[in-house]
Design a protein around this ligand. Structure first.
Ligand SMILES: C[S@@+](CC[C@H](N)C(=O)[O-])C[C@H]1O[C@@H](n2cnc3c(N)ncnc32)[C@H](O)[C@@H]1O
Length: 326
């Protein structure tokens, strides 16, 4: 399969899955390899034939959807974020929860891959903060569309390379070695539950104090879906709760009801709804890392003025598949 043909195919079909080519620019080779393998399995010579197949075969469409998932993650991805969570955000949230008499802090990690993000949070809480904050308890829900990733997440067994950025105290106290792999200690596991959910179709109920949505919606999803997701996340955050994006991601412009929570980090605080609705997001602090090289989408917009997206990255409104995702 020629790369140019694969790129053209992806540009045509991604919108039908509520996805956007811009997010795939850097990772399309991985998807093209999977597609090439699949064509060989089906004994198809051309992507046009495969495209006809997905038009008529829902099982193959679901298979392609799965091939479009990029399950890369690692512990302590975006180190500055985790340090800020450890030193500032989590103690603040814990103090607020205690002051308000709430016995639980609730976090949701969506697109949790093999569990690196929720387990990273559980490790941080259990090993560094729980002694200082015996109350509230931290409950973490982790969701992903991919059953194989969830199985790996539940097994909590990792190659040392995926822990290389984790601070030494958490690595040494949180894991035991087994046959060259590192297994998370059982006492850390109680805080996390895993659930299979495709974000385009369903989400858990809130309210959450922390919502991690990193390197998924605001990288791969079509712009109109990003706007919808930003609104649905807001509904699931309690006022003051934090929406955490990947370091290179940004919220769509003019999305309402969030304010930047920390200079230089892609974290947004949910604002309270006033009598006239949600206030517009306030001017952003300098996104030192995000702003430079971001694959995050700076031109997409939400709200009454735009009603959607520009730049040819909308989900395909008339295709049966994307209707299910709107
Ligand atoms: C690039 S990983 C991000 C992992 C982690 N959040 C991080 O930033 O390191 C994206 C994850 O999202 C999952 N995913 C893709 N599409 C999804 C969808 N529609 N609903 C839920 N999860 C999805 C993939 O299976 C994958 O595990």
């Amino acid at each position: 399969m020629r790369r140019a043909d694969c790129v053209a195919f992806l540009k045509r079909v991604l919108p039908r899955f509520g996805l956007c080519w811009a997010g795939y620019r850097k990772v399309h080779r991985t998807v093209c390899k999977r597609l090439s393998r699949r064509l060989r399995e089906l004994r198809l010579l051309e992507l046009e034939a495969y495209e006809r197949r997905i038009d008529t075969d829902p099982a193959e469409r679901a298979r392609l959807d799965a091939m479009l998932r990029i399950p890369v993650s690692r512990f302590w991805r975006d180190r500055e974020l985790w340090e800020w969570l450890a030193e500032t955000a989590l103690p603040e949230l814990a103090r607020d929860a205690r002051a308000s008499g709430s016995g639980t802090l609730r976090a949701w990690s969506c697109g949790c891959a093999a569990g690196e993000e929720p387990w990273g949070l559980a490790l941080l809480w259990h090993l560094r903060l729980a002694a200082r904050f015996p109350d509230p308890a931290l409950e973490i829900l982790a969701t992903d569309a991919d059953p194989a990733m969830l199985e790996r997440a539940r097994a909590a067994l990792y190659a040392p390379s995926s822990l290389r950025e984790l601070p030494a105290d958490l690595r040494e106290r949180g894991f035991v070695e087994k046959d060259g792999l590192l297994r998370l200690r059982p006492e850390i596991r109680a805080a996390v539950s895993f659930l299979r959910q495709d974000l385009r179709r369903e989400m858990p109920d809130g309210p959450f104090d922390l919502l991690f949505c990193r390197n998924l919606v605001f990288t791969y999803f079509a712009r109109d879906l990003r706007c919808k997701m930003a609104g649905r996340f807001r509904e699931r955050l309690r006022p003051g709760g934090l929406l955490i994006l990947g370091a290179k991601e940004r919220l769509p412009e003019r999305v309402e009801g969030y304010a930047p929570a920390a200079a230089g980090l892609a974290v947004h605080r949910r604002l309270s709804r006033g009598p006239g609705g949600f206030p517009r997001a306030r001017p952003r602090p300098p996104f030192s890392r995000a702003g430079r090289s971001g694959s995050g989408d700076r031109s997409s917009s939400c709200g009454r003025r735009s009603g959607g997206s520009r730049g040819g990255c909308r989900s395909a409104g008339n295709a049966p598949l994307s209707r299910a995702f709107s």
